[in-house]
Design a protein around this ligand. Structure first.
Ligand code: SF4
Length: 325
């Protein structure tokens, strides 16, 4: 296997807050991300899934240096990433780019899209002349399925799918090796989503890009990912091969998520409804953080926190009772 592109070790992001949001309330720790580790190889995709507030987006922001780590370490091609304020981040941004959920919000409505695609080249001092940067922008627009006439259009004149292609072109023009995609298709019409996903897969095959792919759309995550990690209250509770994970989920939380995926067959699948909402990240219960909602919980779950452990089929699961099936 080739050297790891990205190695995240025991990432922690905590915030000190006042309980209940009150000005004079008791101090408390909000555990947004609480000991997350993963690695990503060139040309591969790691899908991150979980309910809203589980720490997926915070993990992405930590990887991109948009938030400081409370503790832990991130290595990119073997180099430990510096503190977020370091000047080194200017160069690192060439290697890692973000693709946002809402393309219209990521683009400036007042500027022609071609100029927006060229802008990162000027910021990083790439290209000897404006003409060279323009040629590069034209080439990258073509590689994401757009034409020369799109260069002089404004974002509001384009469709949602075309705008997301522009966002991709702007990210790709610096020839990054990693794209962090945070819900990259959720703002698009269903008919356009598949086109953008196919484009991401094509670009990965051609350019050897790695993706950290965050989405609540589990079917899409299964389609694009080489590995999937399921997060619950700031921790990974199950990780492994997408086909195994989606056909025989081992963690009760993953089982509930998978049971909620709509199926197009006549076979009815029993939906597992979890009790209540996830606890607040300030009040994470002792033992297994999932125990209050877990239909399989036993006494041990209320006092002992399960560590991620490997099952016989290679998956990793943080549950006292989980077994490969
Ligand atoms: S450790 Fe216990 S509470 Fe947690 S997921 Fe497993 S069975 Fe459920």
């Amino acid at each position: 296997m080739s050297a790891g592109l990205l190695e995240a070790s025991d990432l922690v992001r905590h915030y000190q807050v006042r309980k209940g949001g009150r000005l004079f309330g008791e101090n408390a720790t909000l555990r947004a991300v609480d000991g997350v580790s993963f690695s990503l190889q060139p040309g591969r995709t790691l899908g991150l899934v979980g309910e809203s507030g589980c720490g997926k987006t915070t993990t992405a922001r930590l990887v991109l240096g948009l938030l400081p780590l409370t503790s832990g370490e991130i290595r990119l091609e073997g180099e430990v990433l510096p503190a977020t304020q370091s000047k080194r981040w200017r160069d690192l941004r060439r290697v890692m780019q973000m693709v946002y959920q809402n393309p219209l919000a990521a683009l400036d409505r007042r500027i022609e899209v071609g100029r927006q695609v060229m802008e990162p080249l000027a910021i990083h001092g790439i290209g000897k002349s404006k003409a060279e940067r323009r040629d590069r922008a034209m080439a990258i627009l073509e590689s994401v399925g757009l034409q020369a006439h799109h260069f002089i259009r404004y974002p509001h004149e384009l469709s949602g799918g075309q705008r997301q292609r522009i966002v991709l072109a702007r990210a790709l023009i610096l020839e990054p090796r990693l794209l962090v995609c945070d819900e990259p298709i959720s703002a698009l019409d269903v008919s356009i989503q598949a086109q953008v996903v196919n484009l991401l897969l094509d670009l990965q095959a051609k350019m050897g890009l790695a993706y950290l792919f965050i989405s609540h759309d589990l079917r899409m995550v299964r389609q694009v990912s080489h590995e999937v990690a399921v997060m619950y209250l700031g921790r990974i509770v199950e990780r492994g091969d997408p086909d195994r994970l989606f056909t025989a989920p081992a963690h009760p939380y993953t089982q509930a998520l998978v049971s909620a995926i709509p199926v197009a067959t006549r076979t009815r699948r029993q939906r597992l409804i979890l009790k209540g909402d996830p606890p607040n990240s300030v009040d994470i219960p002792a033992g297994c953080a999932f125990h209050a909602r877990c239909p399989m919980a036993v006494a041990r779950c209320r006092s002992e926190t399960p560590a991620l452990r490997a099952l016989e089929d290679g998956r990793q699961v943080a549950c006292h009772l989980a077994a490969a099936s």
